[in-house]
Design a protein around this ligand. Structure first.
Ligand SMILES: [Zn+2]
Length: 89
């Protein structure tokens, strides 16, 4: 992996990607991008593909998916939801 650009977030939270870089990556205007959180200083951008049927509706993970009333939730998110519902002593 190598760095191919540095971008500035504007006052409205937008990031502009140059024509040159979009052309190199074959990213068209209107393309949807996925942002993946790696750690507090690292995120990755990837051209979005059609979602698979087995992705968590909350975080996009495809590990340990449970389906509850039409919502797909991974085990990690379901554990976080349970922790939110447990009263703190
Ligand atoms: Zn999840």
């Amino acid at each position: 992996m190598k760095r191919i650009g540095i971008f500035t977030i504007d006052d409205l939270g937008r990031v502009s990607i140059s024509n040159e870089l979009r052309s190199m990556l074959d990213w068209k205007v209107g393309a949807k991008l996925c942002v993946y959180h790696v750690d507090n200083q690292t995120a990755l951008l990837q051209l979005a593909t059609e979602p698979t049927t087995d992705e968590c509706d909350l975080c996009g993970s495809d590990v340990g998916i449970l389906e509850i009333k039409g919502y797909k939730i991974c085990r990690s998110c379901s554990e976080k939801i349970i922790q939110l519902s447990v009263p703190k002593l």
